[in-house]
Design a protein around this ligand. Structure first.
Ligand code: ADP
Ligand code: MG
Length: 402
């Protein structure tokens, strides 16, 4: 669904490619965990053949343990069950295409992991890019690597292949915790007073004052992740000892020149959301429960935004309340328009978690109705001379970083 908008006269070399596409939503079911087996849980979530008469999307079925409850089906763009490897998740979720193609056509892309604590969000995003041998250019993908390491690997590979290395990547990493943005790349991350959410005239949302660092290899990103993860707010809950109660948002801004001298810009946003569970199950009380209310505010407003955006009857359309939480404000340009967006709805297979899994899937199926209209940030075709100049500047920057 791609159309080409011709720019006004005098700029006849530039063109804006507009692509309208729905948010792509995939469900991921992890294997039954040891603690779930120990508490007597059995799997109640499974992938089933697509319902006859329905084409395209895949179907996930919920079988309640209690036979008096009815089965439920959820149609998603893909269902990735426990047999799916990290590589398959990366490919079937659409992340691979986003990073190998869409970014290089100048489309902003956003990948979000959603689900209750312990459902596999962090595992799916896979933030660890461990140190490897010194040869920085080559990062060898490990089987356990999730979306972020794979995305970084492919991004730099494609920069070499498609741009002859002629691109610049800037990384920033923040977390939203209790309605406060914290800069995970800044040693003063606890002082969030300088950070302000701003919007450009084109509607791009950014955080003023947020650090961003030039990265030239996957391992550069890995080092930043390690640094950032050390600063994340991690608190234990009954469900998952290392669960994070905050939203982690990693942004990679890419500017480059393709071999045919087309200049492009794109933003890749990778989000590991906080647990979506209701508070009662985690047994949180006191300070942690108060924290829970505020954490859920972002997800609560996200739910309202999703439902407003997904409303297909014009008469019932409301203005999505993006400004009601930091999370939704930050994701405004991902969900509200100019981005290719992928949501991975992470599910535990255990019947013990059925209620939360159903909530996650309801959220997910609603998000599938959101239609974004992404505009490619392909600015213009530049002269060979200008391309050479950029290339030299880039080489210089690279050597300065090294
Ligand atoms: P979340 O970030 O949603 O709280 P995690 O990603 O930390 O959940 O996953 C919880 C636990 O389950 C972790 O120990 C993780 O390694 C494991 N896990 C999650 N998904 C999978 C999977 N697809 N295959 C194997 N183990 C998984
Ligand atoms: Mg997590």
């Amino acid at each position: 669904n791609v159309s080409v908008k011709q720019q006004p006269d005098g700029e006849d070399q530039s063109k804006a490619v507009v692509s309208a596409a729905n948010v792509r939503v995939v469900g991921r079911i992890r294997p039954l965990a040891k603690y779930e087996i120990e508490n007597g849980s059995t799997p109640c979530v499974l992938k089933v053949p697509t319902i006859p008469g329905h084409t395209g999307p895949e179907t996930l079925q919920i079988n309640p343990k209690n036979k008096s409850e009815t089965q439920k089906w959820f149609e998603l763009d893909a269902v990735l069950d426990e047999s799916c490897s990290q590589k398959e998740v990366y490919e079937k979720s659409g992340a691979h295409q986003a990073i190998s193609e869409d970014i290089f056509q100048g489309f902003n892309c956003t990948i979000l992991a959603y689900g209750q604590t312990g459902a596999g969000k962090t595992f799916t995003m896979g933030t660890a890019l461990g140190a490897q041998e010194d040869d920085d250019e080559e990062y060898t993908i490990q089987e356990s690597d999730g979306v972020i390491p794979r995305a970084c690997h492919d991004l730099f590979q494609n920069i070499r292949d498609k741009c002859d290395g002629n691109a610049q990547v800037e990384c920033s990493y923040m977390e939203v915790y209790n309605e406060e943005i914290r800069d995970l790349l800044s040693p003063n991350s606890t002082d969030s007073s300088q950070l302000r959410i701003r919007e450009t005239l084109d509607g791009e949302v950014y955080v003023r004052g947020l650090e961003s660092r030039l990265v030239t290899t996957p391992l550069d990103v890995g080092k930043l992740m390690e640094e950032a993860n050390g600063r994340r707010v991690v608190a234990s809950t009954k469900m998952n000892a290392t669960s994070s109660r905050s939203h982690a948002i990693c942004v990679l801004k890419i500017k480059g020149v393709l071999e045919d001298a087309t200049k492009f810009e794109a933003k890749l946003t990778l989000v590991d959301l906080a647990g979506s569970e209701k508070m009662k199950k985690t047994g949180a009380s006191g300070a942690r429960a108060a924290e829970g209310i505020s954490i859920n505010k972002g997800l609560f407003v996200l739910g309202q935004v999703v439902s407003a955006l997904a409303e297909q009857r014009p008469k019932f359309k409301r203005k999505p309340p993006f400004r009601d939480s930091k999370l939704t404000r930050l994701l405004q340009d991902s969900l509200g328009g100019n981005s290719r967006t992928i949501m991975v709805a992470c599910c535990s297979p255990a019947d013990f978690n059925m209620e939360e899994t159903i909530n996650t899937l309801r959220y997910a199926t609603q998000a599938r109705n959101i239609k974004n209209s992404a505009t490619a940030n392909v600015v213009q075709t530049i002269s060979q001379e200008e391309a050479m100049k950029l290339k030299r500047e880039n080489a210089l920057l690279k050597s300065q970083v090294e």
